[in-house]
Design a protein around this ligand. Sequence first.
Ligand code: FAD
Length: 488
Amino acid sequence: MSTVSQSPVLVWFRDDHRLADNPALAAAASTGSQVLCFAVVDDGSDGLRPLGGAARWWLHGSLRALGEALERAGSRLILFRGPALSAVENVALETGASAIFWNRRYSAVEIALDSAIKKRLTDRGIKAYSFNGRLLHEPWEIPNQAGKPFQVFTPYLRAVMARAVAAPLPAPKKLMGGTWPSSLLDAAVPSEELGLEPSSPDWAGGIRKHWQPGEQAARARFKRFLREGIKGYAENRDWPSIPGTSGLSPHLRFGEIAPRQIWHAMTAQVAHEPGLGRDAEKYLSEIVWRDFSYQLLHFHPHLTARSHSSRFDNFPWIEDAKTLKAWQKGRTGYPVVDAGMRQLWQTGWMRNRVRMIAASFLIKHLLTDWRRGEAWFWDTLVDADAANNAFGWQWVAGSGPDSSPFHRIFNPVTQGEKFDPRGDYIRTFVPELSGLPSTFIHKPWEAPPDILFAAGIRLDETYPGPIVPHGPARERALEAFRGLRGMA
Ligand code: FAD
């Protein structure tokens, strides 16, 4: 951007809460004009899905950290309430800005909103510039040979691997912050008044203990992962008691770190330490899964709301508030499912392997509509992400464009025994079972009475027996699925 003008330029932050590798911010800074930074917090009046509780908690910390970082760089962050359409227009007009910069979003509702805002502003002579700050490659940049979007991950991954990833941009050294008109400062809302943090009750204690939102924390976590976690990642990522994954998902979700930064830092690390090849490849392929799920949601906007495969429209889901509650609270009687669901409740997060086991249990053992689980994750995950969450649930259900077949039903006992053989994960999150020897920790109902007694367990009192027996539940699920055969 070339011309220096007297008018300020605006940067509208939306889930890109960082200074480094932020193309919208870099472009605004390069104009040489005063840079006014703002964000809009909305509770759904925009037509966007309101955030769940855990993500709201994260957003609060994320905006605060972004504000502090912008102040260190010479600017500041002003927060407004939505709806965005009127808030952004008002900011643009009142500041007399010549241009606005933002990083693009990719779901249909977001694109519709951004297009409407862009039109309003350009009609008033204000230029709107947008950038890719969220993905390695934007959804339309990786077509298959027929020029269509990929539906299946493996060829998509191959296509991504054959392309260069743009180098990340440095953070602007100094921003020339401008003066906000008092009318806007009066309309601004301090972050504490946005009601993003829970108060009565304050259920976020466990989440607070585990996480620190913000760009600095994201960078520190990633550095630690490069130093201590990436070696062995391909294997360790499935073991819930080993801190074997990066834990970057909420940071990525709120744009506190960008996938391009990860990509280039990881590639540089491999050049330095070639032995990391397989682990790094696996890790980068997970970052590509993220792009892939964004690509799918972009081209299939219904993915968050209904099964991609219409076959599932007639699935005989069971509505049972009692079993749904047992799953949500981690009281199904299957220790690995319960440990996962309690970890989720306490910390706002769980490992991919455990997400798959818990989701499979809800969908297949309890025959509960995957959308019930998606909604619970949406509310409780700090990394709740429209694309990844819907994709994850439809993948497990077998209803997605690329998904695990429905008949692959996880056995929660053998999954637990395979990935947590000593029961360390269970002992952490289901402490009432901690006295059980590993032989029984994934199936307490098989433990002889004297062992249960010695461990202080009374089944159905101190810990529930299985809410459904595995074998019959599996048969029931397969039967329900067979009933769909032949449907369109
Ligand atoms: P790492 O293993 O360190 O991976 C690095 C990054 O790659 C992650 O932070 C994430 O951005 C991306 N990634 C990893 N696995 C996947 C995947 N399977 N699909 C897409 N991207 C992936 N992820 C979310 O970010 N938000 C969600 O709401 C979400 N919901 C899910 C629901 C279900 C039912 C399932 C099975 C998976 C879901 N995932 C979701 C994907 C995955 O479980 C998490 O991204 C991962 O566990 C985050 O931990 P991490 O950052 O330590 O991952």
